[in-house]
Structures are given as C-alpha cells and as structure tokens.
Write a protein that binds this ligand. Structure first.
Ligand code: G6P
Length: 372
C-alpha cells in the first residue's frame, strides 16, 4: 500500500503533490503551433457554440466551487452570462434552459447521480450539454453532447484536491476557447492567458515546497472548534473550498464567506482568538478589491481574530494586520485559485492527521455519490 501511495503517508498527500501534473496534463495538446485553442473532443459544431446565449454550470461539492471560479473567468472573457447551479437544485427549480443554452457539468467521477440527472434534464429541455470530467468512459460524458476531459489521473482520496485544480484549468480553457470562437476575448488576450496557464504548474510546485509553516500551524491549531474563511472575487469559491476541506477531513465547523459580506453579518462571529483565513486578491485586481480585503483583515484583527492571510509574494500591505502570512507565487488575478487553494488543502490534511483521523476515508462520505 505504501508503494501505491508513492512514498506518501496518505493518498490525499500524494494527490496534493500531483497537482502540478494535473494542471499541466489538462493543458496538454489543447493549442496548435500558432497558440490557438483546438478542442477536438468538443463535438458540438462551432456554429452551434457561437449561438450560445447563456451557460449554466451544474455540479456538486468541490466541483461546484470549480464552477464558481469558472463563472468569473467565462463571463469576463466571453460576456456570456454564466449561472452556477448545484445539480440537485437545478432539476427542481424550473430552470430557464433552451437550445441556445450550454449546460456544462463538472464531475470528477462522472457518476454523481445528482449531476447526471441534471444533465439528462437539460438535454430533455433541448440544451447543448458539455461534460468536464476526469473519468474516461463514465456515465456523465456518455450522456452529454460533448466532453472536455481533465487529466488529473485517478483520484483515490475521498476529498477532492487535484481534480479540483484540473477542473478549474479545464474551465479556463473552455472560456478562452469560446472567446476565441466568438472573435477573441473582450478582456485579456487569450494567448497571453494560455501562456500564463502553462507557467502555473511550476508555481504550484514552488508553493508545495513552502508548506512547512502551514503544517506547523495545522498541528498547533488541532483543537480549533470553528474556523472561518474569507475571500472575494475568485477568492470567494476558494474560501468555500477551504471550509469544505476542513469540514470533510477534520470535522471542524468551518464556513466560507464573501469578504464584502463580513459587515452584513459574519463579523458578529469574530471574538478574540477566532482563526480566520483570508484569501487576499492580487494587488492588481481591479476595483481596489485588494485594498478592500486588506481593510477587512484590519477590522477583524482589531476585534482580536487570529488572521491567517494568504497573500501574493511581494504584497507588503497585509503585514501589519496578519497573525500569519502564507505566501503564494505571484500570478494574474483570474488564475490565483490554482495557487491560493493549495495551503488550505494542506492545512486541512495536517489538521485532520494531527487529530488522528483517516484523511483518505472521512466518516460518512463517499467518493462518488451514485444515489439521489
Ligand atoms: C462527493 C465527494 C466530493 C465531490 C462530490 C462531487 O460528495 O465526497 O468530494 O466533490 O461528490 O463528485 P464528482 O465526482 O461529481 O466530482
């Protein structure tokens, strides 16, 4: 069994370390020599894809958080409205879907019943269906018009890590491809984004080499009763995923919030010693979001919170208000989830291990939920 885990103590730890490959392999072969995206596997005719008027993403759990990241990226690059629906809610909410709607499902296993039923429902309503999936030949891609495979390799640990990064990567690729089809992106240059995406695996590798302090923090915080996570823009789904990992693995009450929502309620939870992770957007994020999140950190620190701040290299503004600063390599704002989530995965893994829990098989959970 140790050999299967490649020398790591758990599958989850192994899979966290496979993330640079998961991202690199998901990018492989998706551009031609001229740097244009070519998605041969997407068998929906290009003229149909040009007619897409709205996109609905359906998924559950971690995959749904990948979908939330995708919404920011796809809307920014294509100006197509994107909605993210939990698959089990989508079917029963009388969804507005027609033949010019692209329903994108995201699923590691390709067997999640809730997601499958959402895809079938969308197809009955006449939508085009595209599956982002990690498992070849599984049910959801077979039931869909098109598939974009993630190449994370088999994920054994119940809590998803490398599949999440691969899903986000595939969503970026899809967004850029749709933008290219419709006449280039409205915002960033698609080739420049692809070039930066190709640099991400090396940055994730670099980041994985810096996780010693996060492990120590997890070990001395192992008796925490509640942990909060704040993020904004693409950092918001990262905060939700950080909280989910801690619930799943360490059985600790954890909540993620949009940082702007703090003053509308969650700030009432802040008391001396309360640990709060804050995912700080890159200083280049538009609309002064960086400054706004830094002032959130200041507010909660003033109320005694233990502020565990995830910030880009070189971002000095966070220092005065941070109990701990966890540094991630610098990247453009839209791609930051591929980095910012890694310390949160590592934190949950080591906190659960410090409590003596089985991180590969948390209680009550199944890797793939094949019942509704
Ligand atoms: C289960 C797993 C989660 C996963 C979710 C969706 O609940 O415990 O880790 O995110 O299913 O799985 P899928 O295979 O559809 O991505």
């Amino acid at each position: 069994a140790a050999a299967e885990k490649g020398g790591y103590a758990t599958f989850m730890e192994k899979e966290i370390h496979e993330q640079p490959h998961a991202v690199a392999d998901t990018l492989l072969g998706r551009t031609d020599d001229a740097g244009r995206l070519v998605l041969d596997e997407v068998r929906i005719p290009e003229e149909r894809l040009r007619q897409v008027e709205r996109i609905t993403i359906v998924a559950c759990g971690t995959a749904a958080y990948a979908g939330m990241v995708a919404k920011y990226a796809i809307e920014h690059w294509t100006r197509i409205p994107v909605e993210v629906a939990l698959a089990h809610e989508f079917r029963y909410c009388d969804p507005i879907v027609d033949e010019n709607t692209l329903v994108v499902s995201i699923s590691q296993s390709g067997e999640t019943m809730d997601t499958l039923m959402a895809v079938k429902h969308a197809a009955e309503l006449g939508a085009m269906t595209l599956s982002i999936c990690n498992t070849h030949g599984s049910t959801i891609p077979r039931e869909s018009d098109a598939v974009l495979y993630t190449h994370a390799g088999p994920e054994i640990a119940v809590a998803s890590t490398k599949a999440f990064l691969a899903q986000i990567t595939a969503c970026y690729v899809l967004g850029l491809y749709l933008a290219q089809l419709r006449g280039e992106t409205y915002a960033d240059d698609a080739r420049a984004v692809m070039a930066e995406l190709h640099e991400m695996p090396a940055k994730i590798e670099d980041l994985l080499g810096r996780m010693g302090r996060v492990q120590e923090m997890a070990e001395f915080m192992s008796d925490s009763r509640a942990v909060l996570f704040l993020g904004r823009h693409v950092g918001y789904p990262v905060a939700l995923e950080g909280a989910l990992k801690l619930k799943e693995l360490a059985y600790i009450h954890a909540e993620g919030f949009a940082a702007g929502e703090l003053k509308h309620g969650p700030i009432a939870l802040i008391e001396p010693g309360q640990p709060v992770f804050v995912v700080v957007p890159s200083p280049e994020t538009p609309h002064e979001l960086h400054k706004k999140v830094v002032s959130n950190i200041q507010e909660i620190r003033a109320r005694g919170a233990r502020t565990l701040v995830i910030a880009h290299d070189g971002d000095e503004d966070v220092e005065p208000f941070a109990s701990e600063v966890i540094r991630i390599p610098h990247c453009s704002p839209m791609l930051a989830p591929l980095l910012a989530v890694v310390p949160l995965q590592v934190f949950a893994l080591h906190l659960a291990s410090a409590k003596g829990l089985d991180v590969d098989q948390p209680r009550n959970l199944a890797k793939s939920v094949t019942v509704e």
